[in-house]
Design a protein around this ligand. Structure first.
Ligand code: FAD
Length: 401
């Protein structure tokens, strides 16, 4: 069977769903989204879902700010579908050595109109009395930020896309991108048959390297296993707490919406080398116990009442990490008709609304205004040795910020 489409989006994570939806909103013609397993079966099924604007690079802060606005109005904006967003607030805790950097970032964000302020560590403790803050020198607070549910958001975006006419095909892997004699995209092949199209959008997340190898493209996207430990809060600490980005211990945590559980993940880039895989298909949900023990210990240091708390679950997901920890959002000039939005390096969920918006405009030919910012994320920056570098950076958290 051979079908035709104006645009084929490959990958049913939050990025692919958002790109397809925004293309449909812009009436880009017949759009087919192909997912090899189920929607949100990759990184988007396991993400911890933190939504914040605290970025050291102004362009990323601006994109996150725009996404945050969309999360606040998600239901009205996307046909009544819910993202699971909980604006419970977000705190960044830093040690003495990072105080100046934090202050400068907060000043930059305030100039950009982001709702953020510096607060005294003792004031944070007044809000969350279980926190130990003796080693915390400064804190930034984003009251409008929080966390969402990446799988719920992905399904919401995909359902809205389907309502607007996008054809969603799960259990449909793309085996090959087919080119014509001039090297331009002419279709994709799947086990169910070929689809003829002039435009393919690669949103395959951690699978980016393998996906386009047959075209001679080298995507510098390393699959990395990322762990999450879920702990039950003691009765004395039953209340929901804000998101804590702990840059003293290099860990982040957030509450669950329905259970008295706290989830903790790692912000220490040194583990990424250790947990990198050659191929995303090697990922089978493996757990490295030493990092889980380490995360549990960090949680106990930050909140001593967690020191005996039962672990409910430990699990892992997979990230696609680039050398500068920033995504690749581009058109592949060597392969006319091929676009990509991959390599989100562990922070793509919060950006998914704005990336869908910008990529759809880019694919439809817009190049000016905010779309011009996509140049920062171009594929060629790695070969040009022009990696994305923020004017300010935290010494230990590296590119993760
Ligand atoms: C543990 C963990 C914690 C995280 N925490 C945060 C956080 O706090 N905040 C944040 O913003 N982000 C976070 N992230 C990252 C975030 O979840 C992702 O960046 C985001 O969901 C976007 O993912 P994606 O759509 O790019 O990739 P994915 O969700 O992986 O989607 C790619 C899809 O492509 C499909 N695919 C692959 N190859 C093919 C093929 N050949 N044909 C068809 N389909 C194919 C895969 O099956 C997959 O479903 C976290 C991720 C993990 C794992």
């Amino acid at each position: 069977m051979t079908e035709t489409a104006d645009i084929v989006v490959v990958g049913g994570g939050s990025i692919g769903a958002s790109v397809a939806l925004h293309l449909a909103e812009r009436k880009a013609g017949k759009i087919i989204l192909l997912e090899r397993r189920e929607l949100a079966s990759g990184a988007s099924g396991k993400g911890i879902g933190i939504i914040r604007t605290h970025y050291t690079h102004p362009v990323l802060a601006e994109l996150a700010q725009q996404s945050l606005r969309t999360f606040h109005e998600f239901k009205e904006r996307f046909g009544g579908h819910e993202s699971g967003f909980n604006p419970c607030g977000y705190f960044v805790l830093v040690p003495e050595s990072e105080t100046e950097t934090l202050e400068r970032i907060v000043t930059m964000h305030q100039r950009m109109g982001i709702n953020v302020s510096l607060v005294d560590p003792k004031a944070v403790q007044a809000l969350v009395p279980q926190l130990a803050v003796d080693d915390v020198a400064a804190v930034a607070h984003e009251p409008d930020s929080g966390y969402g549910s990446p799988p719920q958001t992905t399904l919401a975006l995909a359902r809205r896309a389907a309502e607007l006419g996008v054809e969603l095909c799960t259990q449909t892997p793309v085996l090959e991108i087919k080119l014509d004699l001039e090297g331009r995209v002419q279709g994709v092949s799947t086990p169910a048959g070929d689809i003829v199209t002039r435009t393919v959008v690669d949103c395959v997340g951690p699978w980016a390297k393998k996906f386009t190898e047959h075209l001679g493209l080298e995507f510098p996207v390393k699959p990395v296993v990322e762990h999450v430990v879920v702990v039950e809060r003691p009765t004395a600490f039953a209340q929901h707490h804000p998101v804590i980005s702990d840059l003293v211990n290099l860990a982040y945590s957030r509450s669950d919406p329905d259970q008295p559980y706290t989830r903790i993940g790692n912000s220490n880039p040194k583990y990424h080398q250790q947990f990198a895989l050659e191929d995303a298909d090697e990922f089978q949900g493996q757990i490295f116990p030493e990092i889980c023990e380490n995360l549990y210990k960090k949680l106990g240091q930050r909140c001593p009442s967690f020191q005996q708390a039962p672990i409910v679950e430990t699990y892992s997901g997979i990230w696609g990490v680039t050398p500068d920890y920033q995504p690749i959002l581009d058109h592949l000039d060597h392969v006319p008709g091929l676009y990509c939005a991959v390599g989100f390096s562990g922070h793509g969920y919060k950006l998914s609304p704005v990336v869908g918006d910008l990529m759809s405009r880019f694919i439809l030919g817009e190049r000016d205004g905010q779309v011009a910012q996509l140049r920062l994320f171009r594929f060629g920056r790695f070969k040009e040795n022009d990696l994305i570098k923020a004017p300010l950076s935290y010494a230990q958290a590296g590119g993760l910020r």
